[in-house]
Design a protein around this ligand. Structure first.
Ligand code: AHG
Ligand code: MN
Ligand code: MN
Length: 345
């Protein structure tokens, strides 16, 4: 029998203290029979790029890399310099590693075909999430999803390799550049969180087997857009207020999601007048967090279906997102459905 060195021993002392991300990934490779180590290497490549972006983020105020880049991305959003820098860093890491054949990025109009005949994996990435918060020193993040390509190795990339539902993800994660920097990921066997130790330049396992509380007392939504909300959302938020829940909304999805995952809460980004399909992107925002949420025992839906079941039809597709503690998401959905029924009678 293999001894799991990451379980607490009988005295309650966790062996996990001092476990680096590299060692953990190596240990976890045995979750995948016949694994060749490429996914492990890919996760390490992402972690390395995250360290570099962390460095850039930390000195943004000093190095004149704050502020706007002067261009808009394909979605008409103003790119920040750090958006562009983070995109370059992750693109380089993913292209050089050799495990990836194609990349979808928020900052790139089209799929990046790496023409890598031996690359098994497709990555969708939001290199820098919450970029409006860069200049004001508030937490930002990176979000990534990893898929196995569907078409045979060596053949040209097809849209079916890219347009996979979130349920096909083999791994997903996020990096939170916050009061400390964390990398949280899943390969479908639970969720583990690692905190970056700057002086050693290593991520250490700090949050083994994260489990989301079934319910919570935090709701996160951009309340300035209330006039655009459908009836069900209004009613649900009224209920949160009646219960004296706390409103917490930073405007960086990664940070809002991470807090709610650990403390219990719900994050909502519904359809609005400006964004009738919601604002958040399915491929490189919603899917990864939905996979992590479910692996931690939480839930994610667009109000009609499970996020992970949505088959994408375009690269930068948006989706409404209701994600967080199971009972809270269920309750929000109840309100949405009830208001739909009363609208039809
Ligand atoms: P990004 O910086 O990658 O474009 O994402 C911004 C997203 C998300 O992080 C956040 O939750 C949401 O936009 C905030 O939107 P509002 O400002 O409309 O509330
Ligand atoms: Mn984002
Ligand atoms: Mn972004």
């Amino acid at each position: 029998m293999k001894i799991n060195p990451y379980q607490p021993d009988q005295s309650g002392v966790a062996y996990s203290v001092g476990t680096t991300l590299d060692r953990f990934i190596k240990f976890k490779q045995s979750d995948f029979p016949f694994a060749s180590g490429e996914l492990s290497q890919l996760l390490r490549d992402i972690a390395l790029a995250a360290k570099i972006v962390n460095r850039e983020t930390n000195r943004a105020g000093l190095a004149n890399i704050g502020g706007a880049f002067g261009q808009t991305n394909v979605q008409g959003e103003e790119q920040q310099k750090l958006d562009v820098i983070a995109n370059i860093r992750f693109m380089r890491a993913l292209s050089k590693g050799g495990e990836v054949c194609a990349i979808v990025s928020e900052e790139e109009d089209a799929v990046i075909d790496l023409k890598n005949k031996s690359g098994k994996y497709v990555v969708a990435i939001d290199p820098l999430d919450g970029s409006s918060n860069i200049d004001v020193n508030i937490s930002i993040g990176t979000i990534f999803s990893i898929y196995r390509r569907k078409t045979p190795l060596g053949s040209p990339i097809q849209m079916e390799d890219i347009m996979q539902p979130g349920s096909e993800q083999v791994a997903a994660g996020y990096v939170l550049y916050g009061s400390s920097t964390m990398l949280v990921y899943t390969t479908g066997f639970g969720v583990n969180g690692f905190t970056y130790e700057t002086s050693l330049g290593e991520f250490f396992l700090s949050h083994p087997q994260i489990k989301a509380p079934k319910s919570g007392k935090i709701y996160s939504i951009n309340e300035g857009l209330e006039m655009d909300w459908q009836e069900g959302i209004k009613n649900y938020i009224d209920e949160c207020k009646a219960k004296r829940y706390a409103a917490r909304y930073i405007g960086s999805l990664v940070a809002d999601f991470h807090r709610n995952l650990l403390k219990g809460g719900i994050y909502l980004y519904p359809a609005t007048k400006n964004n009738p399909n919601g604002k958040l992107r399915l491929l490189y925002e919603a899917n990864a967090l939905a996979f992590i949420a479910e692996q931690a025992g939480a839930k994610a839906t667009d109000g009609k279906s499970r996020i992970l079941d949505i088959v994408p039809d375009s690269l930068h597709q948006r989706t409404p997102l209701f994600i967080g503690s199971e009972e809270m998401v269920d309750q929000a959905i109840k309100h949405i459905e009830k208001s739909k029924i009363s609208a039809t009678v």
